[in-house]
Design a protein around this ligand. Sequence first.
Ligand code: DGJ
Length: 735
Amino acid sequence: MKNLVKIFATLFFIHAAGIAGGNTTAALKTAGDRNMNIEFVAQKKLFVLTTENSTYAMGVNKSGALGHIYWGKRIGTPGDLSDPISGLFHVNTQEYPGWGEYFFDEPALKMTYSDGVRDTRLRYKEYKITENAGNCELRITLKDSFYPLKVDLVYKIYSDCDVIERHTIVTNQGKSPMTIESIQSAAWYLPRDKSYRLSYQTGRWGKEYHPQEWLMKQGKAVLESRRGVSGPDYTPFFWIDPEGLATEDHGDMWIGALHWAGNWKIIVENNRDNQTRITGGINDFDFDYVLQPAEEFVTPLFSCAFIEGGFGGASRTWHDYQRNHLMRPEKANALMPLIYNSWGAFTFDIDEKRVFKLAEIAAGIGVELFVIDDGWFAKRDNDKCSLGDWYPSPTKFPNGLDPMIKKINDLGMDFGIWLEPEMVSPDSELYRAHPEWVFQFENRTGSQYRHQLVLNLARDDVKEFVYKTMHDLLKNHNIKYFKLDNNRYISEPGWTSADLKDQKSVLVHYYRNFYAIFDRLTKEFPDVLFENCASGSGRVDFSMHRNFDRINRSDNQDPLDMLYLHEGFARVNLPKLAGGACHISTSMAHINGRHAPMRYQAHIGMLGSLAIGQNLFNCTPEQLKEMKGYVDTYKDIRHITQRGDYYQLLSPRTDKRAVYQYVSKDKSEAVLFVLGQSMQFRDKLPNIRLQGLNPDTLYTADGYKPMSGAGLMNIGIPVNLRGDFDSKLIQIRKK
Ligand code: DGJ
C-alpha cells in the first residue's frame, strides 16, 4: 500500500440537481502513483470513475435518465466518451433499470405501487461525491417520475485496487406502502461487439468451487442460490473475458462478487442487441418486500472490477480487497494459529479425560489452538439430538468446560469450541419448549435433514436466544476460537407468526439478524477468531468475510480432490482463510478412501491455515516427530503464505504437478509448493518458472544454486517428483 493516500482531510461535494453546476472531482493517488478520481463533467452531464487501470462512465441523457456509457481499460480523457443514448432505446442501457417503459430484459428494480401500477421510470435528481482516506464515494439520486420512490446508487472506489463497490438504497417517500418484487444491488454493462466467456463455479458438499465456463451467445445465464445459504451449488462470483482468451497469467477480464449469505442471483444476459449486462442481488425468487412509508431498503454490496492479468491477476485483486477492505483489520494480517480439531479423531465420542490426554500430546507437537468439535453438549452422542441445548454434556464433561479449558491453557494452547446455533434437533429441550421457533408452513411439518430443523432467525426472540447463547459462552469461558457450523439448507421458510404480507421477506430479515449478531459478537470479543463452516464451504461469500477469519474449505480431505478444491477456493478467497477441521488426518480421507503420505496432507494444509485432526493416540513416536516437523515448517513460512501474494503456476487440471507459489509483499521471500499426482514414465518435466519476484535480487533456495529473480522467473528450476502423491516445499530467500 505504498503511496496509498495523499490526502488527509475528508471533503464533501454535494450538488443538489448538480448537473447545473460546474465540474466536480474527488481525487486520490493510487498505489501505482497514478491519479484516481470520481469526476462530474457538468457540460456533458457525465460521471466518470477512474481507478488505477480502469474507467467507468455514465451520464444523464436527454430524457433525464441515467445511462451507462463505458466500463473497461482506463481511457485518457472524459472527452473520449460518447453521450448516453436517448430516445426509446435509452431504456436498454439504463444504469439501474427499473421494470417499466419499453424495457424487456432483466430489471434491477421491479415495484408495485399502492395503486397497482407496476411501471417504474427513474430519472436523475442529484449527486454527492465524498473523498475519504483511501477511497472516494459517489452517490447518485434517482427518483421515479411520478411515484414517491427514491433510489440512491452508491459507488465506492479505492486507491489500492481496481474494485468498484456498489449498492443501492431504495426509499419510500410516500404515505402508502409499496411492494418491491425485485431489488438488485447493481447492473453492470460490458462493451458491445465482443463475444464473451463467462467463468463461474459450481459445487455441492465435498465438491465445492468447481470451475465451469460458457462461451456466451445471445442468451441468459442464471447463477443463484435458493438454498437459504450462499453456496455451494454456485458461488456468487463471476469472471468474464473477451473471446475466452484469458489465461492464468494474461488477459483482460471483468470480475464480480456479490456479498450476500442468503439466496442471491446473478444474471449475465447477452440480449438481442449483443449488449451484455450483469445484474445481481438478493434472489427475487420467492421474494416480496413491503416497503413502508419512510422505510429504506439497503441492498447487499456488489463489487466488480475490470482487471488486466488474467485469472491470477483477478485472484490477487480479490485477495488484497479482502485483506484491506473486507476483513476485520486486526485479523486480516494476523497469523493463523496451528489448530488441532477433535472431529477427525473423536467425532461424537469425546469426553474430558480423553481431551486431557490428547491435549498433552497436541501441545507436545506444537499445537497452538485446541478446538473441540461437535458432541460436547447435552445428550449429543450422535447427530439425532440436542442441537439447541448448549450446555456441556453432564456425562462427558461433568465438571463443565472450565477445567478442560484451564488444562489446555496450562499446556500453552488456546481453546476453541464448535456450535451450530441456527439449528435445533426435534429431540431437544429447546424444541420441546419452543416448537414455534422453527421454519415451517402452516398445516405442514418442516422437512428434517440430518435430524434437524432450522430456527427462524427472522424472529427477534430467536435472534436474542442465538445471540445470548454465543455471547454467554464467550463471556463466561476463555474461548478464543468459535467454529460456526451449519449442516442443512433452509427449506419451507414459513414464518407462522408473521403477517401474510411479510411472508416472502423472511430470509431478508433472517440475514439482517444474522449479520447483526455477528457484527455485535466480533466487536464484543475482538480477540476471538470466528470460523465460517457450513458442512465445508456451504456459505462462503464476501459478506461473511466481514466477521469470519477462517473457512472450512471442504469436508473433503481426499488428497487429490483437495488440490482441485484449493485452486477453486483461492481463485476468490484469501488463501490464509483456507481452513478445515483436519488437514493432517487419515480418518477424514473417507470420501474416496484414498490415502496420501502425511507430508502431502501437511503441504496441502499449509497452502492455507493448517489443522491437525489425526487421532494422536494412534500415532507412533516417529509419526508424532514427523508431524512436529511439519508444524515447525508451517510456523516458519506462514508469514509468507498468509501475508504474501499468491500465484498458481501449474494447475492440477492440466499438469501432473500442481504448483502454487507465495511471495512476501516486499519480495524478499517466497515459498513454492509442488504437489504431484501420479508421476509416470520418468517424464522429463519442464522447469518451474516462478513469478512475482524482484528481477534484480539474488535469491537462494535449498538444493539450488543462487539465482536472480529474473533467472528464477525466466529459466526456472527443475523440480522432480516420483510415484504417487510426492510433494516438495521449497523456500526461497533473498541472499
Ligand atoms: C460438518 C463440519 O464441516 C465438520 O467439520 C464437523 O464440524 C461436523 N459438521 C460436525 O457435525
